[in-house]
Ligand binder design. Sequence first.
Ligand SMILES: [Mn+2]
Length: 321
Amino acid sequence: MGESFTWTGVLHAGIASFLQAPIVKPKAEDLKAVGATHAIYGFPFDHTTLTRPGSSHGPRAVRDASSQYLPYHFDFDLDISEYITLVDCGDVRAIPGSAAKTFAAVESDLEEIYKAGAVPIVVGGEHSTTIPGAAALARASEGPLGLVMFDTHIDTAPEMGGETLTHAAPITRTLENEKYSSQNTVIIGMHGPANPREERQWVEEHGVRMYTMDEVTDRGIKDVTREAMERAWDGTTGVYLTVDLDCLDASYVPGTCCPEPGGLTGRELLQALRIVGEIGYTAFDIAEVAPQYDLGGITARMGCRIILDLLASRIKATKME
Ligand SMILES: [Mn+2]
């Protein structure tokens, strides 16, 4: 790249690492050797999915879609490659049928990424990815920590048929970690008849601040996001962010496990993420891209945008004064 850059050829040629970033093993020494500041890490796992499986193919689809994008982000007028060193650490070696073993492997790899001083960006996979993702941040931090989730679903299932490690439990499992607290946990975008009454009651009993789609519609996404982020950062030393693609209206994300009408527009989510980037996050994940159901790759493309917009917004807020 550089001042003489023009289109140099077919964008989707070559090995599909995320945004053509160098592929580096999730080992602290290897990451330090290349000066990595941000590391893409795939979570190809969907074995606890309640409805339609397929998100284990998400990381590949997101990498493929990323070849259509440039490190220069027009909306922010900056080239992210001039400010950060992004690498692609590949995927967790998921163990078919074992969430526990797979999550342990994720935590171990993310520990290496934190040791190297890099920000992990976990690409799901189903939404259980937040369980090891948030746990790894807790291990790497003094705490206390905040938790921010964009989702159509409440995701506070205590268990499913006795199983506790599921894609309906990222909030419940994370809040069992003493470094996270209900008062610094915010969930945004809940709506629709795929949310059990028991999960709503759990939120009320535990004092998690839930911004429903109705509230977002009344107040506007910017206002809600600002307030939610302030709550997450109130007295904390770090914030873990998770974005379930199904927080978007079904029309924007056909390629997800549980698409739901009535959600955020693509523009609303990007406006929200711009504010999240301005206020700050410590690490983040995206979840539930399931390319089998996608149309024209638009869901995977949105997955890329979430990552690129969060990176560009954070750079604009911190490195370009
Ligand atoms: Mn969801």
